[in-house]
Design a protein around this ligand. Structure first.
Ligand SMILES: Cc1cc2nc3c(=O)[nH]c(=O)nc-3n(C[C@H](O)[C@H](O)[C@H](O)COP(=O)(O)OP(=O)(O)OC[C@H]3O[C@@H](n4cnc5c(N)ncnc54)[C@H](O)[C@@H]3O)c2cc1C
Ligand code: FES
Length: 333
């Protein structure tokens, strides 16, 4: 809200109602090794989001656009929660930000919401940061009356996240670590095989995590005729179906993960093509990450300076809009 008295003496009380240009981080907290949870002001997205949808975020004007799943939203507070695993330059830079910082823009909610139905017994297999991505869908499936079994997998103890929330969002839950430092030792597929061998009835499977993990799950469940859905993390640019960057192959059909997904029937997904496409920029990504790690404080300083300049520009625009409103009011009496 901008308040003040103009030179014409007219009391002005002008709320800026144009598009939001900066998105303030109200909470930032590490939740695991290289994994951080952010609560960000984004009222319009918070009002509209549904489980399974995501946002595309840009840190600064020349920044990469990164897709991130909405873990939770609070329409009353006007905030969305995202969880970020630092894997490359942009996610690592984002994870350096703290409460009080801002990001340049967030677009969303994007993608089709998860299918929420009463399937019966639902098995959710989530790897690493995939746990945060699967949580809203798990909650909604439980609320829809499903018996939800949640298997969270992580490389080791320090990457196990949201254990309490997983327990709350499910009827039964298991934690697996590759190295056995927490929960049970083994991959999520070991628990899947164990449940199947014990005769566990499974009506629907959702797998969210690294591509090899989702492929391994579907290689077990699809031949058994268990309906399996995977959340595909293809490289995205615009997120609106225009650029073709996120193209995935389903059987002999091309689909865009941003508008047709990100969740797809696993039995149709060509995981090999997805892996090839996601590896296309690997060399460049490694170089950027290396440069970032060598100059981390400078990158962060530059980002904050750019955002401060943007904020100042925004303030100036707000002032101009306020003055225009005042002139308009004076003109129309
Ligand atoms: C719909 C969707 C939802 C996502 N939700 C989340 C989320 O909630 N939390 C989260 O931490 N990550 C999420 N991701 C992955 C995230 O977008 C990428 O990790 C991020 O774009 C990498 O950017 P970077 O510049 O840090 O890394 P880059 O330098 O671009 O890449 C570093 C490494 O990450 C891999 N990578 C690049 N882009 C992607 C991608 N889109 N998905 C997976 N791996 C990628 C590269 O192959 C490379 O190995 C999601 C991806 C999609 C498509
Ligand atoms: S990100 Fe451009 S078409 Fe999906």
């Amino acid at each position: 809200m901008l308040c003040g008295t103009s030179s014409s003496g007219i009391e002005r009380s002008t709320t800026y109602r144009g598009p939001r240009l900066m998105y303030r981080i109200v909470e930032a907290r590490p939740v695991g090794l290289n994994i951080k949870q952010f609560v960000i002001e984004a009222p319009r997205i918070a009002r509209k989001q549904r489980p399974g949808q995501f946002v595309i975020l840009r840190l600064h004007e020349k920044g990469e656009r990164i897709p991130l799943t909405i873990k939770a939203a609070d329409p009353a507070a006007g905030t969305v929660t995202i969880v970020v695993q630092g894997v490359g330059k942009t996610t690592s830079l984002l994870n350096c930000l703290e409460a009080g910082d801002s990001v340049l823009d967030i677009v969303g909610p994007l993608g089709r919401p998860s299918e929420i139905e009463k399937f019966g017994t639902v098995l959710i297999l989530a790897g690493s940061v995939g746990t945060a991505m699967a949580l809203p869908t798990a909650k909604a499936l439980k609320e829809a009356g499903n018996h939800v079994i949640f298997v969270e997998g992580a490389r080791s103890r320090e990457m196990v996240v949201f254990e309490d929330e997983v327990r709350e969002a499910s009827s039964r839950s298991f934690i697996m670590t590759d190295d056995g430092t927490y929960g049970e030792k083994g991959l999520v597929t070991a628990k899947l095989n164990e449940l199947l061998a014990a005769g566990q009835k499974i009506d629907f499977v959702l797998a969210v995590g690294p591509i090899p993990m989702m492929r391994a799950v579907s290689q077990i469940t699809c031949p058994l005729g268990i309906r399996t859905v995977v959340s595909l993390n293809s490289i995205m640019v615009d997120g609106t179906g225009m650029c073709g960057g996120c193209r995935v192959l389903l059987g002999d059909k091309s689909k865009f993960a941003c508008v047709d997904g990100p969740e797809f029937d696993a039995s149709q997904v060509n995981f090999e093509v997805l892996m090839q496409r996601n590896a296309m920029y690997r060399e460049k990504e490694c170089e950027s990450l290396k440069a970032f790690e060598q100059h981390k404080p400078e990158y962060l300083k530059q980002l904050r300076a750019e955002l401060a300049a943007k904020e100042a520009e925004l303030e100036r625009l707000r002032g101009e809009i306020a003055d225009l409103s005042v002139t308009n009011e004076a003109f129309h009496g």
